[in-house]
Design a protein around this ligand. Structure first.
Ligand code: CA
Length: 231
């Protein structure tokens, strides 16, 4: 994975670079928006990075303005905004400007990594790939899912939720990631609507050998049932 980090706080930048290099990710770091422009410009063949982590308060401008400019020619590359601004208005402003996710400083680097991985997964899901979990097959391009050879009768939202769950299984799908992913498809999805999709989907997966476990306050995990267990 190729990451671009735009962050002028040397301590945070050093910590993240060390962490990501250790984890095997390739990272370019910039401390100004001018440097970020150069980093993004030198690859005309397509987006230069798989994901961008963007601080908002930078010495030569506001990251939100930079993001709005980026989005004029690059709608694909996921961007996670890092900022000390914790007001709700700023959060909404950042997301409207084209950010895919948002983390308020001080943040837990583990959480940042989890968000990065979630966005990567989401990108893969939307590229219409085929995912498998146990005997469930999820065909993004066709918009259909199967248990063995039996087609599941899913509503579009349930299909999307299943794709997100399989993409992360057997790891946790954070509830916030689920709600944000559904909201990104231009639907106002509240927490209770997300819960409803999950519970309907759970019923439809009965007999599939897999079920959705709720981790209250955290999210959902798609997991295989123990041998022979049925819902
Ligand atoms: Ca800063």
């Amino acid at each position: 994975m190729r990451l671009l980090l735009i962050e002028d706080d040397a301590v945070i930048a050093r910590e993240l670079l060390l962490r990501w290099h250790t984890g095997g990710w390739s990272v370019e770091a910039c401390s100004t928006l001018t440097a970020a422009d150069l980093a993004c410009a030198h690859d005309a063949a397509g987006p230069a990075f798989d994901l961008i982590v963007l601080d908002l308060g930078l010495p030569d401008g506001d990251g939100v303005d930079w993001l709005a400019r980026l989005r004029q020619h690059d709608r694909q590359t996921p961007v996670i905004v890092l900022t000390a601004r914790d007001r709700v208005a700023d959060r909404i402003f950042g997301l409207n400007s084209g950010a895919d996710d948002y983390l308020v400083k001080p943040f837990d680097p583990d959480e940042l990594d989890a968000r990065i991985e979630a966005l990567q997964r989401r990108g893969q899901v939307t590229r219409g790939e085929v995912l498998h979990f146990g005997c469930i097959s999820w065909l993004g391009g066709e918009g259909r899912a199967y248990v063995g050879k039996h087609a599941l009768e899913l509503m579009p939202r349930e299909f999307e939720v299943l794709g997100l769950l399989i993409a992360r299984a057997p790891r946790l799908l954070p509830k916030r990631t689920l709600v944000d992913a559904l909201a990104e498809r231009n639907l106002e999805v509240g927490d209770s609507a997300a819960e409803l999709y999950v519970s309907r989907l759970r019923r439809k997966l009965a007999g599939s050998g897999a079920t959705i476990r709720t981790l209250r306050g955290f999210g959902y995990v798609l997991e295989l049932l123990a041998n022979g267990e049925k819902l």
